[in-house]
Write a protein that binds this ligand. Structure first.
Ligand SMILES: Nc1ncnc2c1ncn2[C@@H]1O[C@H](COP(=O)(O)OP(=O)(O)O)[C@@H](O)[C@H]1O
Ligand SMILES: [Mg+2]
Length: 255
């Protein structure tokens, strides 16, 4: 399988007033093309730190991240990031927020508009293209955020607990939507969550992280066939994976 990204001995130690905090032990793994991989672990184990290093928002204390063989050295449009809180410009409409991400790519205004509308249609927001973020629900804002990163076709989509702030029902709707969009787009995704069911439903592969300093303690392939509808969330297959993953994650929470 093609490796789109390689994490080679990536570690991170933060200097704080109380001394050094080692957030990440040296971590090594590869991400494959068209595969949905999730980093699963308890709060504080270093998931966001690892994602921020991949995004180029944080520098590693050792090691490196390579994307298509090129060393990450700051943010770039080969990697798209979706955060938990909505990072939309409040004064721009949904379409304008997507168009903004396409500036500087040599596209005409009309081309940017067309791509923005196409991406909003994919996430079911075509009727809300002209709405401002304040007029949209939390789930809708996250959908604009997803449309925005997909619009410039990153090699990797990085998602840091993107549905963590949503209510349970909206969260399930977003998981379904992301699965549907991903199954038709098939790009390399690195998703972060502490929610075990969410990880199983969405992923082809789950990397379980240990407690801080985070390292990869398990690499689990999720063989549930696609397309995956919402019925997967209550399927025996999911429950089986949940049992072993819960034990693995819980062992860390108690460690
Ligand atoms: N800027 C920082 N300065 C000091 N410590 C930090 C900083 N960012 C994260 N940490 C610490 O590193 C550890 C991992 O944090 P984080 O990657 O946010 O975990 P997670 O996303 O898995 O909850 C935590 O103990 C956290 O307190
Ligand atoms: Mg985090």
């Amino acid at each position: 399988m093609n490796a789109v990204a390689e994490f080679a001995n990536v570690s991170k130690t933060f200097a704080t007033k109380k001394g050094e905090v080692q957030a990440l032990a040296p971590v090594s793994f590869q991400l494959h093309a068209d595969e949905f991989t999730t980093l699963l672990g308890t709060s504080g184990c270093g998931k966001s730190t690892l994602l921020h290093i991949a995004a180029g928002l944080e520098t590693a204390s050792s090691g490196e991240v390579l994307v298509d063989g090129v060393r990450v050295d700051g943010p770039g449009r080969d990697r798209g990031m979706v955060f938990q809180s909505y990072s939309l410009f409040p004064w721009l409409t949904a379409a304008e927020n997507v168009e903004f991400a396409l500036k500087g790519l040599g596209l005409s205004r009309a081309e940017r508009r067309e791509i923005a509308h196409e991406q909003l249609r994919l996430v079911g927001l075509e009727k809300f293209a002209d709405a401002k973020p304040a007029e949209l629900s939390g789930g809708m804002r996250q959908r604009v955020g997803i449309a925005r990163v997909l619009s410039y076709r990153p090699k990797i989509l990085l998602m840091d607990e993107p549905f963590g702030a949503l209510d349970a029902q909206t969260r399930i709707e977003m998981q379904e939507l992301l699965t549907e969009v991903w199954e038709s787009h098939r790009l390399c995704v690195l998703f972060v969550t502490h929610d075990i069911e969410e990880a199983i439903y969405l992923s082809d592969r789950i990397l379980v992280m240990s407690a801080r300093p985070g390292r990869i303690k398990d690499d689990v392939r999720i063989e549930i066939p696609r397309p995956r509808g919402p019925e997967v969330l209550t399927s025996p297959a999911l429950m089986e994976y949940k049992e072993s993953l819960t034990a693995s994650v819980r062992a860390e929470a108690l460690a």
